[in-house]
Design a protein around this ligand. Sequence first.
Ligand code: Z5A
Length: 213
Amino acid sequence: MGLFVTFEGIEGCGKTTQILLAADYLAKRGIPCLRTEEPGGTTLGRKLREMLLNRGPFIFYPETELLLFTAARAQHVREVILPALEEGKVVLCDRFADATLVYQGYARGLDIEAIRFLNAFVTNSLKPDLTILFDLPVEVGLNRARERIARLNLASREDRFEEEDLAFHKKIREGYLLLAHQEKDRFRVIDAAGSIANLQDTVRFHLDSALRE
Ligand code: Z5A
């Protein structure tokens, strides 16, 4: 089996920038690697992503939103993640099941135990070997995310979650920190306020350590 690594954090924490650099780093070292994301990663997942993240005609009840994120995950695990792990690859995934616990559970207020059950069901109980959490004050992350979104044209703006208030985003940060506290062996928390280069050094350090284990 390969190594399953997830990148998590609040909006604008820099995880996507870091996962791209990490994939380059592994490729240059000749380590077979697959970079993927949630929601997304499959054709069905990308369709669901568009519905879930772009502002459109849909009104989502929290329960509907939960089922769509986890439906995308069920497909993603079977079609992409498990086959890559079985081939011995390092799978780098931009968000995974922890995002559902935090966004739909801690922030939207859905039952945490029900989400844990659903996550286990759709992932066939697959858990990341390592989760890198990019921690940042929400005000800083939201500013970064909004500046990035402002540079995009209207059709490509995935900004439904950025519209939520500050209290929502604070619950996300607190939820992630709580999960990291509960699962210290799996999580590595990085202060995401540093420079892109310094953060990448820390990411590489954690990846190298996990690859040696
Ligand atoms: N969601 C959910 O509710 N339930 C679920 O189960 C799942 C997801 C799986 C989409 O996720 C949404 O889906 C997400 C949760 C929800 N909420 N939102 N929105 P996403 O991961 O695709 O989208 P995102 O959270 O908005 O991530 P992002 O746009 O990819 O941003 P990021 O990964 O945090 O950061 P970035 O793109 O690397 O950087 C943002 C900007 O900051 C960019 O201009 C960078 O150049 C800049 N940046 C990056 N690093 C730095 C540093 N170190 N210093 C300064 N500036 C930096």
